[in-house]
Design a protein around this ligand. Structure first.
Ligand code: NAP
Length: 312
């Protein structure tokens, strides 16, 4: 079948307003179901704590009494639960009922979880897409809400109009179902690393009675003028891809000293700097190895297993 006819079919399906089931009505699942209802899809919902469906029922959703009834109600079943373990527990007994249906899993876990679930789905005769939501519930349905998908590309294309109801920036990444979760966790790593740094910074300022609010304009300027240009430029990404760490900006020697001062000052201020110690150890190692004049991005050579394996 040509790509064009696949797309035509998807558009027809979307116009059909085909029924969809949502399993898991936590903060995110509720937002997903509400977006399908807004898109005029007949939406069946199920949640362990049945009361969480009340608002959706008021909006027109059908409350399934059992998870089996929920699965049977629609060809497309969207799952959004706390973990893959919970999902396995709920869906494993339903293999037969799921057979011939489309399972779209938006639960967070690891790439390995996603790949194992995809294999289980294939074994049960279930069409499977694994997705990752890079948005908070309040953003679901917005044109800039980013959601990643992986698995069978034709399946994604057939259901793209439905999936776009959840976010305009709906992106198919790979036929490897583990890849969306890899992107998701990579982006979350940046978030949590930055978050830890921000809280550490605010804690340092608090020791001189400077509030987070007072600090914020300077933190914002630092983000916008230094951190964002540094980390969002393609040049920085190319440096890592090409493994060329020559720098005219700021080298490992300079950054190692700065990090040493942060750790020493934090200890003087009674703020735990344990999370910075591995970073400092990496910089120390690179200086010992004779790379002090290179950019600190050289640490990628040690962190990435792909680069380590290439050298060994
Ligand atoms: N919230 C966000 O901003 C956000 C953003 C991106 C991705 N996500 C992902 O979306 C998924 C859901 O997140 P959420 O914010 O909706 O979490 P949540 O509000 O804590 O909801 C968790 C859901 O899992 C269900 N659940 C947990 N343990 C269960 C069990 N043993 N048996 C049956 N159901 C069980 C809960 O049912 P009960 O209601 O009965 O407890 C609820 O439906 C997670 O994987 C999360 O990482 C969330």
């Amino acid at each position: 079948m040509s790509r064009l006819s696949d797309r035509d079919e998807a558009i027809t399906m979307s116009n059909d307003r085909s029924p969809v089931t949502v399993i898991g009505l936590g903060l995110m699942g509720k937002a997903l179901a509400a977006a399908f209802l807004k898109g005029s899809h007949s939406t069946t919902v199920w949640n362990r704590s049945a009361g969480k469906a009340d608002d959706l029922v008021d909006l027109g959703a059908v409350r399934a009494e059992t998870i089996s009834e929920a699965v049977s109600a629609s060809k497309v079943v969207v799952v959004c639960l706390s973990t893959y373990e919970v999902m396995d527990e709920l869906l494993a007994p339903l293999g037969n009922e799921l057979s011939g249906r489309v399972l779209i899993n938006l639960t967070n876990g690891t790439p390995d979880d996603a790949r194992k679930t995809a294999k289980w789905a294939i074994d049960c005769g279930v069409d499977y897409l694994d997705g990752a939501i890079m948005a908070v519930p309040q953003m679901i349905g917005a044109s800039d809400a980013l959601l990643f998908y992986g698995g069978q590309q034709d399946l994604f294309q057939a259901h793209e109009p439905l999936l776009k109801l959840l976010g305009g920036n709906t992106t198919y990444l790979s036929d490897d179902p583990g890849v969306p979760m890899l992107y998701n966790l990579a982006l979350l790593t940046i978030l949590y690393g930055t978050g830890e740094g921000m809280l550490h910074a605010q804690a340092m300022l608090s020791t001189a009675n400077i509030s987070a609010t007072q600090f914020q304009p300077y933190a914002a300027a630092w983000f916008n003028n230094v951190i964002l240009p540094l980390f969002s430029s393609l040049d920085a990404a190319r440096e890592v891809d090409e493994g060329d760490y020559a720098t005219e900006v700021s080298n490992i020697n300079t950054n190692r000293l700065a990090l040493g001062h942060i750790i020493k000052a934090s200890e003087e201020l009674d703020i735990s700097a344990k999370w910075l110690a591995p970073n400092k150890a990496l910089l120390d190692q690179m200086v010992n190895d004779g790379y002090g004049e290179d950019s600190p991005f050289r640490a990628f050579e040690t962190i990435s297993p792909v680069r380590r394996n290439k050298r060994s």
